[in-house]
Unconditional design. Structure first.
Length: 388
């Protein structure tokens, strides 16, 4: 995403390196005008198709909680951006009439930006959000926060390593013209990316769109690159004169992602890890259930499973904190993951899944119901980790 960069005041290096993954809960509420602070210090955001009214343009360092109500007719998103459009936190898939919560760690003073994106496209309706106060870090008396951050980074690096390896094989198949081999490798390679997609989404310079943008989201005049451009070539229009170039670009973008996540100064805040667990389930609800994601190949169930796996890994990273603060929640989440995994197992075929165009609407609805039940539990994790 392109936009106005954060105007810097005194950002510490750790804040610049911190990777924000996003978000938390969903509750059905009546639409309201919003525009005032809600709850105990929560910041109300009233979004419509043409407006984004944030109750206050100022905050203090630490955790900020936003309550976003969609008063419009389109599904919307809400973002908090840091320097260089780094995503500090996001909440997706806010349907008309719904209110979603976002807890975002803003540990350093500075000028951030808020944004509502009606229709979930474009740069959004933006406004400055000025944070004042001394730099703060969450207390970690027993080391659980550090353990969660370190453990999740290890997971991300392991997935990126596998992504690089499988991408190299996939690109080789594409460039050799072996379409059947490339088709077989396509969903497997994507799985490693889908498990950690919020990581790529949080980096600036349009890294995620370069890798994973869908055709309907391409802006006029922009060059469409990434997995889905190659997917269209493989399944619909045949290899094109620039397909090899697209394959090389994909491999280069994956290498850039690997370099970023393996950097020594790249850190992940546990609150953001918890938000990423919910964000991955939002990805399923937003594009996988409908079949929009892998429109040409119908390999959506591979992505679906990978998003669920990634969410489960993020929850596992912060599980000691959950068990310390709310032991019953951990058990409830385990049960919901097990139910969803059992449902997905019904669609397994060989080493993969059936193609999604063979899944009926009633079956898709049942999958959606299982995702909703899981999301209801996982949406509580960020607040528990934040100590709220």
């Amino acid at each position: 995403m392109k936009g106005t960069p954060l105007r810097r005041t005194t950002f510490a290096l750790a804040a610049l390196a911190a990777l924000p993954l996003a978000l938390a809960g969903c509750t059905e509420k009546s639409s309201s005008d919003g525009g005032s602070e809600s709850g105990s210090g929560d910041i109300a955001v009233a979004a419509s198709d043409t407006t984004c009214d944030v109750a206050t343009s100022e905050g203090t360092t630490g955790n900020s909680t936003f309550q976003i109500t969609n008063n419009g007719t389109k599904v919307t998103e809400f973002y908090v951006y840091g320097e260089g459009d780094r995503v500090m936190g996001e909440v997706e898939n806010i349907g008309p009439g719904l209110t979603r919560q976002l807890i975002v760690a803003l540990p350093d003073p500075g000028t951030y930006q808020t944004a509502c994106k009606a229709g979930m496209v474009g740069d959004g309706i933006r406004a400055d959000f000025v944070v004042s106060g001394d730099a703060v870090r969450q207390a970690d008396e027993n080391g659980l926060l550090d353990e969660a951050a370190t453990g999740y980074k290890r997971y991300v690096v392991s997935q990126v390593d596998a992504l690089q390896e499988t991408t190299a094989s996939f690109v080789a198949a594409v460039k050799s013209g072996d379409i059947e081999a490339a088709k077989t490798q396509f969903p497997v390679t994507r799985s490693y990316y889908e498990r950690i997609e919020p990581v790529a989404e949080a980096f600036p310079d349009d890294l995620d769109p370069r890798i994973d943008l869908r055709e309907p989201d391409v802006e006029p005049g922009d060059t469409w690159t990434g997995f889905h451009r190659i997917e269209k070539d493989l399944w619909e229009q045949g290899l094109q004169p620039d397909t090899n170039q697209m394959a090389d670009q994909l491999q280069a973008d994956i290498a850039e992602l690997a370099e970023k996540v393996k950097a020594e100064d790249f850190t992940i805040d546990p609150i953001q890890v918890a938000g990423g667990a919910q964000g991955l389930l939002d990805e399923v609800a937003k594009t996988k259930i409908s079949g929009e994601e892998d429109f040409f190949s119908h390999t959506d169930l591979w992505d679906f499973q990978a998003n669920v796996d990634g969410s489960q890994a993020a929850v596992a990273a912060v599980r000691p904190i959950i068990d310390q603060n709310d032991a019953e929640l951990g058990s409830a989440i385990d049960a919901r993951f097990a139910e969803l995994d059992a449902e997905l197992a019904e669609y397994r075929q060989g080493d993969g899944f059936v193609f999604y165009d063979t899944v009926t609407e009633p079956q898709r609805q049942e999958l959606s119901n299982k995702i909703d039940a899981l999301s209801a539990e996982v949406s509580q994790v960020q607040g528990v980790v934040a100590g709220q």
